[in-house]
Design a protein. Structure first.
Length: 165
């Protein structure tokens, strides 16, 4: 039976160790949130780095950054990893900018024309159509609340082929 509810974890000081994040992933967490109301940018970057490393351990094949400014793929590209980063943006300037970052591949994407609830599924479908992922692969998706710049606060691991929200 497929679970209808999602498990959301907000990372903070109690969940910033690799062991704590690994425990969350193994417990079945669906979404990891970063609360930017508390803490410093460096702390959030460190937590995002830990999640990315955990994602690699869990068999993630690609990272999708739904981005307005390109800041999230820039931060993620600083971490040496074999995981390709796909920066989905509607802005040609952002697409040109992220193309300069190590391991980041820009993908034109009109997020403002897609309902919020469909964004993740449409991004994964785009990767699948481009033969960048296959059925059963895991993908890490980063995005913010809404289409505003500077608001990345959600990291989610999804499986290609599953129902994605």
């Amino acid at each position: 039976m497929q679970r209808r509810t999602k498990i959301v974890a907000t990372l903070g000081s109690a969940t910033e160790t690799p062991e704590a994040i690994e425990g969350l992933v193994k417990a079945g967490v669906d979404v990891v949130r970063l609360n930017f109301s508390h803490g410093k940018a460096e702390e959030h970057q460190a937590r995002a780095t830990l999640v990315r490393e955990m994602a690699a351990k869990e068999g993630v094949k690609a990272i999708v950054c739904l981005t307005e400014s390109g800041d999230t793929p820039r931060l993620m590209s600083r971490i040496r990893s074999h995981l390709p980063i796909y920066a989905f943006s509607r802005h040609p300037r952002t697409q040109s900018r992220v193309a300069l970052f190590r391991g980041v591949h820009p993908i034109p994407f009109e997020a403002d024309r897609i309902a919020e609830a469909e964004l993740n599924a449409r991004a994964v479908k785009e990767l699948l159509q481009r033969c960048l992922v296959a059925e059963g692969d895991r993908v890490l998706i980063t995005k913010g609340a809404g289409h505003a710049q500077g608001g990345t606060d959600t990291l989610r691991i999804v499986r290609v082929g599953d129902v994605i929200h």
